[in-house]
Write a protein that binds this ligand. Structure first.
Ligand code: GCW
Length: 677
């Protein structure tokens, strides 16, 4: 398949390979003129093409492909030497200098390691790190580094904010499959090795992906395979019913056999299929509960069917009662995932994996970490993050999520004493696991810049880098993305970094305070609506009245949620005095006159942060305008337009939220700013 050149710069994301700035160009000019790739199997064309594109773009000189490893300036070769113990996805990148000539060697025990090493070389080159003596041995810390697409076969995307599906339209594949290849390349460059292509809410049509539409899966799998990425499918637990059986009961032998046969047929077509992702007994999706069975019985039945082929079943823990009565103050949705799954610890099959959302509720701008991390000791598990900005501004607002994800990953569960962080759990270093890793809900679509907001590309990049190595510092990831995307100009680097790094806090400031969540419009989840979910069935209540707000989740007086954590954290969250303030309203019911550590009352804190959030967006616009001359005009205009829209929305949030609380409390703003009566 020929590479499809695109018109806009933003389409290239962090792989534009624009000419290096003069200093670096001079340093590298004339180097890397010959390339030799050996034993890279099916990935050889991708590796060769990448080196050509990269070196041609960065240096203006296209390297020659040569046979002779000894003679080549850049060698990419498997297997490497004994030093390459890291496994087939790891690589070693070494640079030697001999009489002014740099010689680069990329080795790995496997083909994918060579591909990742190639991207790492081109990245290091752009960052100016390549020099004689440079050496890096790197590899992914996690075996599963996945993207979950919530794409429907009709081409719509559930919670998609960047256009239509890049895979499907009108129940067929899109015509422009070159774009899928471009996407696979982007993902491989950040180390993603698995992609679930369809929505976890599986429609009737999508159920056919394991039936009459398997050809579509086969085509997509072949494209991703070129970049070392395996395809996964979301499946409907009740599929057997759709295919003529009268039950989907997981202990029924007919059902079990049906799945085994189905798996065999799928693997005959797609031998490297990764496996299934399942949303069961969640938000009206069918599951084992329908038949009075457990999640263990459901997941293990599918695991058994996939086992002969090396496939895994990924089972989501997003299970809660979505028919709650708001009058019921005993049921606490936050408790649900732990209550359902913790008692099942140790009973899932070796090739079954639980996928756990980062927080106990649902991707709010601020949530505590799910207590299932640390609560499950003998279960394969992966963390689910949401790259698509459902509750965080829908890619119309800038909200860079890497700092949030880092907090999640750095959270200490104390499951095996201090240092038992989520990062160490999902890399399998706290509890032994057959499978571990991270899944992210994708933020891309058919928009020319992939992500709607060009700066939201940083979330995809950052996600991939963290899935590769959850220990990478935010600053490093951010710097990499900015330089690869915008180049080295110091003012641009500084400005874009500032914008990104402050944006999550800014978004939180003008939206929902101190972990309370959910003050958005029901359904589409955009814009403020303080009581949008207050009297609904979704179990997401803040219970504000004229004196206080929040849900008491303590063990002593509340729903007991705080007790789902290990003692160190349970104690911390239990008391108002020790609870981290950014989560205060998640764990406690607090009077508006309560004095926070800052010395401000809760109500004044709400007013202040909201006004401040708006001012911060004003400053973001000013900063962006200052680099107008230094960035591509199209990108400049696009980002400016998004920021201006963000400012308007931030004002709306600020005024609605402040007015809402003012009307309840009649407490005026200490600084006398305008709050609507
Ligand atoms: O965040 C919620 C979304 C739903 C989504 C669900 C889930 C795919 O609002 O659109 O459904 O979570 O994660 O299953």
């Amino acid at each position: 398949m020929a590479f499809h050149p695109r018109k806009t710069r933003d389409y290239g994301c962090w792989l534009n390979y624009e000419r290096l700035p003069k200093g670096l160009w001079q340093r590298y000019s004339g180097q890397f003129s010959t390339v030799s790739v050996r034993n890279a199997g099916g990935l050889a064309p991708a590796i060769e093409e990448e080196l050509k594109r990269g070196l041609e773009g960065l240096l203006g000189q296209s390297p020659r492909l040569v046979e002779d490893l000894e003679a080549a300036a850049v060698t990419v070769c498997a297997p490497g030497d004994e030093a390459d113990t890291g496994g087939e996805e790891s690589f070693r990148l070494r640079v030697q200098e001999d009489q002014g000539q740099l010689k680069v060697s990329i080795t790995s025990a496997g083909e994918r390691g060579l591909l990742y090493g190639t991207f790492a070389f081109l990245r290091a080159l752009q960052l100016g790190q390549i020099a004689g003596g440079f050496e890096s041995a790197d590899g992914p810390r996690t075996p599963l580094r996945l993207l979950n697409h919530w794409d429907n076969l009709d081409g719509s995307i559930e919670r998609g904010y960047a256009g239509r599906s890049i895979f499907f339209q009108d129940n067929r594949l899109v015509e422009d499959l070159d774009r899928v290849r471009d996407y696979a390349r982007l993902l491989a460059s950040i180390g993603i090795n698995g992609v679930v292509v369809n929505n976890v809410n599986v429609s009737r049509e999508a159920t056919e992906l394991i039936g009459s539409k398997v050809g579509m899966v086969k085509t997509l799998a072949a494209i991703f395979r070129v970049y070392g990425i395996r395809l996964f499918l979301s499946i409907n637990f009740a599929s057997p019913l759709e295919f003529g059986l009268d039950t989907a009961d997981p202990v029924n032998s007919q059902v079990q056999n049906w799945w085994k046969e189905r798996a065999a047929k799928l693997y005959a077509e797609i031998p490297d299929l990764g496996g299934f992702l399942v949303k069961a007994d969640s938000e009206h999706r069918p599951g084992p509960f329908t038949y009075g069975r457990t999640h263990v019985e459901g997941a293990n039945m599918l695991a058994e069917a996939l086992k002969p082929f090396g496939g895994v079943v990924i089972w989501r823990c997003f299970v809660y009662n979505c028919q709650q009565d708001w009058r019921d103050t005993k049921t606490d949705r936050a408790r649900a995932a732990y209550d359902h799954f913790q008692p099942l610890d140790g009973r899932f099959a070796d090739n079954a994996v639980l996928q756990i959302k980062n927080g106990p509720v649902d991707f709010q701008v601020r949530e505590p970490v799910s207590p299932l991390f640390g609560g499950l000791e003998r279960t394969n598990q992966i963390l689910e993050l949401q790259i698509t900005q459902e509750y965080t501004g829908q890619q119309r607002h800038l909200c860079y999520l890497v700092p949030m994800w880092k907090e999640v990953l750095d959270f200490d569960t104390y499951a095996r004493g201090p240092g038992s962080t989520v990062a160490r759990i999902v890399t399998g270093s706290v509890f032994p696991m057959h499978w571990s890793g991270i899944a992210g809900v994708a933020n891309v679509g058919s928009d020319p810049n992939w992500t709607g907001h060009t700066l939201a590309q940083a979330n995809l990049y950052g996600y991939g880098r963290l899935a590769w190595d959850p220990g990478l510092p935010t600053e490093q990831i951010t710097r990499e993305w900015v330089v690869l995307t915008f180049g080295h100009e110091p003012a641009v680097v500084q400005t874009v970094e500032d914008l990104l790094l402050g944006s999550w806090e800014t978004y939180e400031n003008y939206t929902v305070p101190l972990g309370i969540g959910w003050m958005c419009n029901p359904g589409h989840h955009f814009g403020p609506s303080p009581e949008g979910y207050e009297f609904s069935r979704w179990g997401t209540y803040h219970r504000a009245d004229c004196t206080a707000i929040g849900v008491d989740r303590s063990v002593k007086r509340g729903t007991g949620y705080a007790g789902q954590y290990r003692p160190e954290n349970a104690r911390l969250y239990e008391s108002v005095q020790t609870c981290p303030e950014e989560l205060l309203l998640f764990f406690h019911r607090i009077p508006y006159t309560h004095v926070l550590k800052s010395g401000k009352t809760l109500i004044q804190h709400i007013y202040d942060t909201h006004f401040e959030g708006v001012e911060q967006v004003e400053q973001m616009i000013e900063k962006w305008k200052q680099i107008e001359e230094k960035v591509d005009p199209e990108t400049f205009a696009h980002v400016l337009q998004r920021l201006e829209e963000q400012l308007e929305h931030a004002r709306e949030w600020c005024d609605v939220i402040n007015t809402y609380f003012y009307r309840f409390t009649h407490i005026p703003d200490a600084q006398g700013r305008k709050i609507y009566p």
